[in-house]
Write a protein that binds this ligand. Sequence first.
Ligand SMILES: Cc1ncc(COP(=O)(O)O)c(C=O)c1O
Length: 362
Amino acid sequence: MSPPHDFDRIRKDDNTKWFHPWETMAEAGHADRTIVSRGDGIYIYDEHGQKLIDGPGGMWCVQIGYNRREMAEAIANQVLRLPYMNPFSLTSEPPVQLAARLTELAPGDLKHVFITTGGSTAVETALRFVHFYNNIKDRPGKKHIISRANAYHGSTYLCAMVTGKDRDKNWFDVASPLVHLLPHVNPARRPAGMSIEAFCDEKVKDLEAKILELGPERVGAFIAEPIQASGGVIVPPQGYLRRCWEVCRKYDVIFIADEVVTAFGRLGHWFASKDVFGIEPDMIICAKGLSSGYVPLGACLVSDRLFGEVAGANSRGASFGHGFTYSGHPVCCAAALKSIEIIERERILEHVREVGRISSAD
Ligand SMILES: Cc1ncc(COP(=O)(O)O)c(C=O)c1O
């Protein structure tokens, strides 16, 4: 039997020693967070053994639920076989298999997968790739990134710049002249009397007008969550995303779909871009549900078109000088492969589509 937990001690150390994400500084030292001691299926249990439904699935990431023995075994087996591999000069099976699997599941020609440590590092990878790509293509001015109010794209520096939530930026420096935020796309906050269709027209125009104001030759990318998640679960008007994608294609602007939340079943499909919104982005970002939150992992999928334009004979001798010690981590990739297998075997995507239909009809 394991020794009894000293929850008073854990709470005290949590209050005083663990500097949490989004720490409310006024409460630092006495935040008294609930201590979660275990999870099982859709439930988590607090330190008193009280059973709670984990509605959001952690932070929208525990797609397959808690206490999955086969996840533990896949992770443990990979730890014993090969816990780490240098991704710069070597390779190993799990990241290769995962990259191949993701290219099968992804829409369009997203055939190249950069594996990262989470969502922010995947978004950062995409944004840096846009700059790298345009440098190689000898378009040094085509660097501006357009994002939107209420967007959340992560907490590394550049990701935080394209994040459009004031609360996440107040008290920090905001130093990127290359980032532009469009007004919000929340239909619930459209002007009184305006139809959804007119609101949609206006929002698409916001994007086109910003591209024209900056000059298409200066705009590298537009980044968007198909549904803005932490900005308030904002579902854009019907047709908005597709029309924005068409605008991007018209002006040769890279369309980055940040599917950190919407992929891996959250909307009933592996990826929402094509199956829900009818678009084939130039890049897709995923994380969270990719590994069901059991281990940290993210990925940036790049289209064959973009990749080919800066690879091989087109590369001008460049190397993509970007990556992480834990890029393609074998243990995390083995966990993701197992999670994908479980989602598929248990028909979780189908289940989400069925349940979503019922709840949206109510
Ligand atoms: C849409 C979106 N992009 C990026 C991120 C950042 O991911 P991470 O927290 O894994 O760095 C998040 C996190 O919530 C997110 O919701």
